[in-house]
Design a binder for this molecule. Structure first.
Ligand code: UDP
Length: 323
């Protein structure tokens, strides 16, 4: 089997590439390196069963050739990271909506199964945690840039499901919840690599708001393993799956945990949301997945504890001193 990974030089994409290669797939990764990086796939570059294409997914000619030559598509290329989205909403909307439109149209041309990476942002500021795949979505106004991300990914989901329903294209949608691991960068806002970098540098850890908001951080190894099992399961087609951890932690406790695990002398500072992002920024107070659907179909059970994952991230930062 030959797999095409869009966003294959990104954080999750590069881990998925390794996972697929280990399972015996040949892998082609396409990435424009806008947020991904060649360092993520450096170890794979010399392999005969791995190919990297530096190109954007909106290049129809290149995508047509790559899709025609593969058996399955893992579509992960997207604009991600809350900070990036608030800073550059045009890029976010265009990449996510136009890029996915191109991928699905060409996938349908060659009838290739497509696994679409989506996000827990989809649930918006719903208070109905734990979130079920068929739960309602609660969005803020269009004047707040953050919501452009959730809505662009929601359009991606709608389009994928429409191709499935109307044209019979096999699609599977995976909603990732705060996935973390080695090689994730804090440059676009993600909290765990930011805290680890700050702690190791002896800088204050910047907790936004009062830190009482909570998240469940999933290890990328657990998530990519589940993506592969869903891709290979005929019963997953046409469905949406939450993939994440159920170990919930407040952001203030996360900061304390990172300080303890790094042995850092850093302090914690509270930064108002409007300073961190933009005036009127809206955050989600609690984000917890209901993972029973993936548990029932593929026996998805996250195995890594948050402490174990944090330790591996800290070790990676110490080795590579990345951002
Ligand atoms: N956050 C924080 N300090 C940072 C970056 C993020 O306190 O330096 C908070 C952010 O406001 C949110 C949580 O950490 O409440 C998770 O943020 P992230 O961007 O990693 O993911 P999100 O869940 O918002 O998509």
């Amino acid at each position: 089997m030959k797999a095409l990974i869009t966003g294959g030089a990104g954080f999750i994409g590069s881990h998925l590439a390794e996972r697929l290669l280990a399972a015996g797939y040949r892998v082609v990764a396409i990435d424009d390196l806008s947020t991904g990086s060649e360092a993520n796939i450096r170890r794979l570059l010399g392999r005969a069963d791995f190919q990297f294409v530096l190109e954007t997914i909106t290049n129809e000619t290149v995508m047509d050739r790559l899709v025609s030559e593969c058996d399955i598509i893992f579509h992960l290329a997207a604009a991600v990271g809350v900070e990036l989205i608030v800073r550059d909403p045009v890029h976010t909307i265009e990449t996510n909506v136009l890029g996915t439109g191109t991928v699905l149209r060409i996938a349908n041309r060659y009838r290739r199964k497509t696994i679409l990476a989506s996000t827990s942002e989809i649930y918006g500021k719903s208070n109905d945690a734990p979130f079920r795949e068929d739960g309602d979505r609660v969005m803020g106004p269009t004047t707040r840039s953050r919501w452009a991300y959730a809505n662009s990914k929601a359009m991606d989901e709608f389009l994928a499901l429409a191709y499935h329903k109307q044209r019979g294209l096999p699609v599977v949608i995976c909603r990732f919840f705060n996935t973390i691991g080695p090689r994730q960068t804090g440059r676009y806002g993600m909290v765990v690599p930011r805290f680890v970098r700050q702690a190791l540098a002896g800088e204050p850890l910047t907790v936004y708001g009062d830190g009482s908001q909570s998240r469940c951080f999933a290890d990328v190894a657990d998530v990519t393993g589940a993506v592969l099992r869903l891709a290979e399961h005929a019963g997953a087609v046409g469905q949406v799956f939450n993939l994440g951890s159920t170990e919930e932690i407040t952001i203030l406790d996360l900061a304390r945990r990172v300080i303890a695990l790094t042995g850092s002398r850093s302090e914690i500072v509270l930064v108002p949301y409007e300073e961190a992002y933009e005036p009127g920024f809206e955050d989600m107070h609690r984000r917890v997945p209901d993972i029973s659907r993936a548990a029932a179909l593929i026996e998805y059970r996250p195995r890594c504890t948050l402490d174990d994952t944090l330790r591996r991230i800290i070790a990676h930062f110490r080795e590579f001193a990345s951002v």
